[in-house]
Each structure stands twice: as structure tokens, then as C-alpha cells.
Design a binder for this molecule. Structure first.
Ligand SMILES: C[S@@+](CC[C@H](N)C(=O)[O-])C[C@H]1O[C@@H](n2cnc3c(N)ncnc32)[C@H](O)[C@@H]1O
Length: 343
């Protein structure tokens, strides 16, 4: 029998695709947003339950793995150390209600890396403590899509809570760097910029992130207060005006950008064009036959909110390899060791 999972805060199903590809079976999905529900149902066929706060955990079929890329909210801690009761009123509390009732073997939580610092680190500490109070071994790490076969610098925190043993991030198989040029459409109606619309910088350098900042659109923004001769630095330009080379990686596809202002430089043609929507979905690891929403703005928003599928696949594969789904007593890791061992 395939291991079973539930897909919470499912969006358009990035987690589901990664886990299904690794041989798991989805038995329940929750997602409140109608546009996401539509895309999810179109691609996976299953009906999607709406608001997580309305879920009665005893009505969920049994499963081994709980997946949740949940929105980050501040907790108001009562200080009474009541465990997950302290998180009441937040969506994390709803995840915990389900964990408490259903006792999955593995919980995978994913979020923006800022979650660690959110609300003076209180949010993160509460999450870890609450999961431990619920009887789990917790490890966490920031994973970057560029280490898993995608040309995108996308860092996300993964929190792994396990009943048997603990999840070891050092067991994940990383891949060699790949470049944007190998993920591009070969034909299409490309939106090129005119030469006078942008400036290329002289000696572009590859940054540690794999990005190669090659130029900027000549927009009259962020000019005030800029010192002379700093135009070659990406940080003095607003994100939608930056141009990156296809010889490197792409910056994070954000969810706030709904008109797709991602510009790439093609050295062979000496041209700058917009990254296409196909390319946006491809550098998140979505297959070309994925059925997207009919509205362009929604497509950008949904992909920016989603997960890098190869990262999810590798986590799913490794859970099996690390034998975290079977009932074998294993070594326990606590406290500061967690970070030392797994970073
Ligand atoms: C960061 S996104 C996760 C996207 C997903 N990982 C993917 O691959 O597309 C968080 C999702 O939580 C959903 N959400 C927010 N509040 C919710 C609630 N009360 N019940 C169910 N889903 C909710 C949002 O609509 C959003 O799609």
C-alpha cells in the first residue's frame, strides 16, 4: 500500500505533485481560495475541502503524512504554557488539532524563510515547542530550489516533525547547478524590450546565489539618493526593473507580482525579454501539461505562492529512505543539537 498524505493549504497542488511522483497517495485536501481550488480540481480530479478551521479531524481519512505550506501569522502567547492551546485562533492551531487527533508519523511544514525571525522569533519558537509537546522530534532547515535541479534562487524553511526517529536534512540528495538557458521556451510570442528601454552593465558578476545581474530597465525609480557609479549593483534597482542573464539562475518568483515583470538577457541574441508564464511554471518544476488558471494575474500569483516541486519530491523520497514511516524506535535528537547536526 502506498503511504497516504493529506494536503493542507494546498494552493494549486505543488506538494501533491511532488509526493505523488515519489509514490504517495493523497487522501484529503483543504484550500480556501476558489481560484486555487479550480486549478487543483482540474489537475488532480479530487474535490477540495475549503476552510481548514471548519474541518472536523475525525472526519479525515487515516494518513501517515501531513503536508502544510501554511500562511504565517503572529501568535499571541498567553504565557501559560498550555502547549498548542496557546496558538488558538491561528491557522497553525488548526494544523495541530488535526495532528493531535490523527497522530501522523510525519509532518512537513513549509514557509518563507522569514518565518524564523517573525514576531521576534516567537512564532518559530512556538511552532517548534508545540510540535515537541505533541510528541514529535523536530528538525528544520532552509532549502534552496537551486540545489535541487531548478535554475531559481528560492529559499524556503522546511520544518519536519516525526514520530519515529528524526528527519535528517543531510540525507537529501542535492543536484548540480542548472542554468535558466536550459529551461526556456524555444518559440513563442516573446515580449522583447526596445534597446532604449534598458541599460546593460559592463562586467556582470555571478553572485553567490547563482544570479547574474546584467542590467536594468531605464525606469525613473529609486534614482533619488543613489550614489554615482553604483548602477551596476542590483540593490539600487527595484526588483521589477532588474535584468538577469540566462547563463545564471533566476531570482525567486514572488506571489505579489501579478503582471510578470521578470526580465531576462539572452547574450546570443543580445536581447532582453520577459520570462514567459510557461517558463515561470517550469522553473518551479511544474510539468508543461499542467492546466493553469485562465486569468494571467491569477497564474502569476498562484505560481509565486507555490512550492518548487523537485525540492518536495526529494523530501518525500528521503522520508521513505530514512524509514520514517515505519514503527522502529530510533535515536532522539533534542535542543541545540538539532541545528548543529542538520545545518
Ligand atoms: C503559501 S500558500 C500555499 C501554496 C501551496 N503550497 C502550493 O503549492 O500551491 C497558502 C495557501 O493557504 C490557503 N489558505 C489560507 N487560509 C486558509 C484556510 N483558512 N483554509 C484553507 N486554506 C487556506 C491560501 O488560499 C493559500 O493558497
Amino acid at each position: 500500500m502506498k503511504p497516504r498524505f493529506i494536503d493542507l493549504f494546498a494552493g494549486i497542488g505543488g506538494f501533491r505533485k511532488g509526493f505523488e511522483d515519489a509514490g504517495y497517495e493523497c487522501v484529503f485536501t483543504s484550500e480556501i481560495n476558489e481560484a486555487c481550488q479550480e486549478v487543483y480540481e482540474n489537475n488532480f480530479g479530487d474535490e477540495v475541502f475549503g476552510d481548514i478551521t471548519k474541518i472536523e479531524p475525525s472526519n479525515i481519512p487515516d494518513f501517515e503524512v501531513l503536508l502544510a505550506g501554511f500562511p504565517c501569522q503572529p501568535f499571541s502567547i498567553s504565557g501559560k504554557k498550555k502547549g498548542f492551546e496557546d496558538t488558538r485562533g491561528t491557522l497553525f492551531f488548526d494544523i495541530c488539532r488535526i495532528i493531535d487527533e490523527k497522530q501522523p508519523k510525519v509532518v512537513v511544514l513549509e514557509n518563507v524563510k522569514h518565518l524564523i525571525h517573525h514576531d521576534k522569533k516567537r512564532t518559530f519558537k512556538t511552532i517548534i515547542k508545540t510540535l515537541e509537546d505533541l510528541g514529535y522530534n523536530v528538525t528544520y532547515k532552509i532549502l534552496n530550489a537551486k540545489d535541487f535541479g531548478l535554475p531559481q534562487n528560492r529559499e524556503r524553511i522546511f520544518i519536519m516533525a516525526t514520530k519515529n526517529g528524526f528527519f535528517r536534512f543531510d540525507k537529501l540528495k542535492k543536484k548540480k547547478p542548472v542554468y535558466l538557458k536550459d529551461f526556456l521556451d524555444t518559440k513563442g510570442d516573446f515580449e522583447y524590450l526596445e534597446k532604449e528601454e534598458y541599460t546593460l552593465i559592463e562586467k556582470p558578476k555571478t553572485q553567490d546565489t547563482g544570479l547574474i545581474f546584467t542590467g536594468y530597465r531605464n525606469k525613473n525609480t529609486w534614482k533619488n539618493g543613489i550614489r554615482p557609479n553604483t548602477e551596476h549593483l542590483s540593490r539600487v534597482h527595484r526588483q521589477p526593473n532588474r535584468i538577469y542573464s540566462i547563463e545564471g539562475t533566476h531570482p525567486t518568483i514572488p506571489s505579489q507580482e501579478t503582471s510578470g515583470r521578470f526580465f531576462i538577457y539572452l547574450p546570443n541574441e543580445d536581447k532582453v525579454r520577459k520570462l514567459t508564464l510557461n517558463e515561470c511554471y517550469r522553473i518551479m518544476g511544474f510539468p508543461d501539461n499542467f492546466k493553469r488558471h485562465q486569468k494571467t494575474g491569477e497564474q502569476y500569483k498562484q505560481i509565486g505562492n507555490s512550492v518548487a516541486i523537485p525540492v518536495i519530491f526529494e523530501v518525500a523520497r528521503s522520508i521513505k529512505e530514512q524509514k520514517l514511516l515505519i514503527n522502529e524506535p530510533q535515536e532522539k535528537v533534542v535542543g541545540d543539537l538539532r541545528e548543529l547536526l542538520f545545518s
